[in-house]
Every structure is written in structure tokens, then in C-alpha cells.
Design a protein around this ligand. Structure first.
Ligand code: PEP
Length: 249
């Protein structure tokens, strides 16, 4: 039996007032569930609005979309893992495609960020995925496994076993194009096999989520695919009605 994880990446949407209104509406129609978990990644400035709306809901946890790799210092505008933890985050997205492709985040930086998350007690969701050109060149598994190894480079096998992975093909994010469940499964199986060796055979329990234009319409078939343990959802997580429908998949 799967215990699916439904993760919402709000990106740069929903300020504190909108986040609070969202949470009230979402919680009203999504009662506590034992057989699944929900993670919400709001803007860092809306974190307290989201955590403040959650009481007695261990099935819903909150994270940040990014951290800096240093613990403290002269990094104007950035947030450390410890600051995020202190503000109520328990999870962090590492290496989201927009961090890599809009902000130029490198593989090496993802590794440093994952290590910083560990130092502060945040759980990493390591995001990996190939571009369309890389897929068409037949390089999908080379690229995603390289990104996975780099993000895990400074972690122990035990720490990797406690992380989550999100496979998000870059060409599917925000584009309306989704990987087929079969395509997602093939890549997830390659990730699973790499996780087994990175964790010294403790990788079976690492959740591997699929992300990229997930909607109410395709959530059921994607989640049913072998090795798909959850869904990371951007655009479709911004509407409380639609999001609660996806979380009930
Ligand atoms: C994302 O931002 O992680 C994502 C998957 O976005 P979307 O669902 O909008 O494609």
C-alpha cells in the first residue's frame, strides 16, 4: 500500500493574506487523513500564515522553496536553513528547476544546500529533471542521476535515506505537457536503483514524487504508476478546491 505524498509548490504566489484564506478553505474541505501526507511550500514570507492555520494536523507539513547553503553571513536577501526551521519549515525544495534554469543554480550548489538543510534539521526534497533537448538526445537518465548524485554528494547514506526526491522534467513544468505514467515510471525506476546504491541499500523507502503539469485529470493515473510515490504540484495547487481534490486522489 502506498502512503502518497502530495506536495504543493506555490512558487512566487499567495502572500500572507491569500495564504491564510487558502488554508481556511482547504482545511474546511480536507479533513485529517491517516493514509497520505500533504506538504505545502509557500513563499517564505507566507510561512507563518500557513503554519498558524495548522493545528492538530500532523498530516500536513510545511516547507520552504529554497535556502542558502551558508548557516549565517552577509548574504542580503537570502534565508538560511536555520532561519527557515525557526520560522516553522520542516522541509525544503533543493534544486527546483526554476532555481537551476532561472537563477543559474549549479549541481554543486544543490549539494551544499542539501548539507545545510541537514545541519538545521530540514528534510530535503531533491528536485531533478531533464530539459526537452536532453530528453530528445537520449540523455534523461544520465542527467537526472548526475543531478541526484550531486545533490547527495555531501550527505551520508543515512541522510540520503531520510530525504525525498522529486522527478520533474523541465519540459513538463508549467507547460501543460505531462510525462506519461509509463515515462515517469521508467525514470523513477532508474532513480530508485541509484538511491539503492547511494544509501547502501536503504533507498527503498525514499519517496520519489512526480511533478510537471499535474492536474485533477491526470493525478490518478500518475499516482498509480509503479515507483510514483507522490505528486509535486505547482499551478494546480493554487486553487484550494482543486488542490483538495488532488490530495484526495
Ligand atoms: C513545480 O513548480 O514544481 C511544478 C511541477 O509546476 P506545475 O505543476 O505548474 O507544472
Amino acid at each position: 500500500m502506498k502512503h502518497p505524498i502530495f506536495a504543493a509548490n506555490w512558487k512566487m504566489n499567495q502572500g500572507p493574506a491569500d495564504a491564510l484564506a487558502f488554508m481556511r478553505q482547504f482545511l474546511a474541505q480536507y479533513p485529517r487523513q491517516q493514509d497520505r501526507s500533504v506538504l505545502i511550500f509557500p513563499s517564505a514570507l507566507s510561512l507563518s500564515a500557513v503554519t498558524g492555520a495548522l493545528s492538530d494536523r500532523p498530516d500536513i507539513q510545511v516547507g520552504v522553496q529554497n535556502i542558502h547553503w551558508a548557516d549565517t553571513g552577509a548574504y542580503t536577501g537570502e534565508n538560511s536553513a536555520a532561519i527557515a526551521r525557526g520560522a516553522g519549515a520542516r522541509y525544503v525544495l533543493i534544486g527546483h528547476s526554476e532555481r537551476r534554469h532561472v537563477f543559474g543554480e549549479t549541481d554543486e550548489e544543490t549539494g551544499k544546500k542539501a548539507a545545510a538543510a541537514e545541519r538545521a534539521g530540514l528534510t530535503s526534497m531533491i528536485c531533478i529533471g531533464e530539459t526537452l533537448a536532453q530528453r530528445e538526445a537520449g540523455d534523461t537518465s544520465t542527467v537526472v542521476l548526475r543531478q541526484l548524485r550531486a545533490a547527495c554528494a555531501l550527505l551520508t547514506a543515512h541522510q540520503i535515506a531520510g530525504s525525498l526526491v522529486a522527478y520533474e522534467p523541465v519540459w513538463a513544468i508549467g507547460s501543460g505537457k505531462t510525462a506519461t505514467p509509463e515515462d515517469a515510471s521508467i525514470v523513477h525506476a532508474a532513480i530508485r536503483s541509484e538511491l539503492r546504491s547511494l544509501t547502501e541499500e536503504r533507498g527503498e523507502g525514499v519517496p520519489i514524487l512526480y511533478g510537471g503539469s499535474v492536474s485533477k485529470g491526470n493525478a490518478v493515473s500518475l499516482l498509480a504508476a509503479p515507483d510514483v510515490d507522490g505528486l509535486l504540484v505547482g499551478g494546480a495547487s493554487l486553487d484550494p478546491d482543486g488542490w483538495s481534490a488532488i490530495c484526495r486522489t
